[in-house]
Design a protein around this ligand. Structure first.
Ligand code: AP5
Length: 183
């Protein structure tokens, strides 16, 4: 499968496997992986000015304000192919991404939605135990996702970019489903 200059967004609820599959897709297709959550966690770890600003939102499972994350995305978007994990998460961010890409004469090719039910994500995240995998924070992250997902899915459905994948099952089976879809 040769798709080295594709620009893919991977979208799904917390724990849907976006990060896991993004690594595998990036390797398979030789794409730059841009994971907003990883970038923000690194800033928190470094104690940078941005890290200090985003920390409390992340700890509570809330979205970081758009003006803070938008700049990070703009700095990381590459001219080459990429897979973007964790951005956009709502309609405003989707429109902002369009604007960022337009300035560079680029556009998203595929918006890949990993569908997973709430029971599965609670099981996966509880097992992982990251700082924000506490039951109350997981519930808040899920609520934020549910509140935002319909509008953004509709946006990408309407512009013909949406591809939906069943995100239940083993990591390998899901990866195979994605590869089949992309081919
Ligand atoms: P982020 O880091 O993006 O977290 P998230 O969206 O909550 O997603 P997760 O990392 O929990 O899950 P994932 O879907 O990537 O799944 P993963 O592969 O890791 O964001 C964190 C925070 O940053 C946000 O809450 C917000 O505060 C802020 N933020 C980020 N983006 C933002 C934005 N755009 N705007 C504003 N704020 C933003 O898998 C999860 C676990 O399940 C792992 O242990 C994995 O090994 C396991 N697993 C994966 N697949 C399977 C499988 N098929 N079977 C069994 N286990 C599996």
């Amino acid at each position: 499968m040769i798709m080295t200059d594709k620009r893919i967004v991977i979208f799904g609820s917390p724990g849907s496997g976006k990060g896991t599959q993004a690594v595998m897709i990036a390797k398979e297709l030789d794409l730059k992986k841009i994971s907003l959550g990883d970038i923000l966690r690194e800033e928190v770890k470094k104690g940078s000015e941005l890290g200090e600003k985003v920390k409390s939102y992340m700890e509570k499972g809330l979205l970081v304000p758009d003006d803070l994350v938008s700049q990070v995305i703009e700095e990381n978007i590459a001219q080459t192919g990429f897979i973007l994990d964790g951005y956009p998460r709502n309609l405003d961010q989707a429109k902002n991404l369009e604007a960022i890409l337009k300035k560079k004469n680029l556009e998203i090719d595929i918006f890949l939605y990993l569908q997973v039910n709430q029971e599965t994500i609670i099981e996966r995240l509880t097992k992982r135990g990251r700082g924000d995998d506490d039951p109350e924070v997981i519930a808040k992250r899920w609520e934020v996702f549910i509140n935002e997902c319909n509008q953004i899915l509709e946006f990408y459905r309407n512009n013909g970019k949406l591809m939906e994948v069943n995100g239940q099952g083993s990591i390998e089976d899901i990866f195979k489903r994605i590869k089949d879809l992309l081919e």
